[in-house]
Design a protein around this ligand. Structure first.
Ligand SMILES: [Zn+2]
Length: 157
């Protein structure tokens, strides 16, 4: 089986919340994409409940694109401790941290239920499984801890 970087990361050594560049990849025409580990919860110590994570996913899809260019996709980890963020090019890590933090701040402080995109049967595969309350509370918790620019040390928080 192919080696996958995520499974070589020592999940017992990291200090969440953090954002880490997993790596870059180049396509056949030279386009570069960057893959980030957006870790919001300390691995094996907690996880965002599914409904809240689902609502954060829907909101980040819009809020993050409003705050930084080049977002291809941001999708939750199966372990529910964070998200993969795929972006065009090689964005500055500090800019990514700022954009994610500002997006979580909007979820914690500003967003109303009417603002959550795609929460009906037409546009979501499990529209009944959402919680803005949970999304808010976990966003507040992450912001209170600060998002580090280093996975193994608390940098810039
Ligand atoms: Zn959905």
């Amino acid at each position: 089986m192919a080696d996958v970087e995520s499974f070589t990361l020592d999940h017992t050594a990291v200090l969440a919340p953090y954002i880490r560049l997993i790596g870059t990849e180049s396509g056949p025409r030279g386009d570069v994409i960057s893959n980030f580990d957006v870790r919001l919860v300390q691995p094996n110590e907690g996880e965002i409940p599914t409904a809240g994570l689902h609502t954060i996913e829907h909101l980040l899809a819009s809020l993050l694109r409003d705050r930084i260019g080049g977002v291809i996709d941001i999708s939750p980890f199966g372990c529910r401790t964070g998200f993969h963020l795929i972006m065009w090019g090689e964005p500055d890590l500090g800019d990514v941290v700022t954009a994610v933090s500002d997006s979580l701040r909007a979820i914690a402080e500003d967003v109303e239920w009417e603002d959550v995109p795609g929460v009906d049967a037409f546009s979501c595969g499990n529209y009944r499984d959402h919680s803005l309350h949970t999304a808010r509370e976990w966003s507040k918790l992450v912001l209170s801890q600060g998002i580090s620019r280093d996975a193994f040390a608390r940098v810039g928080v």
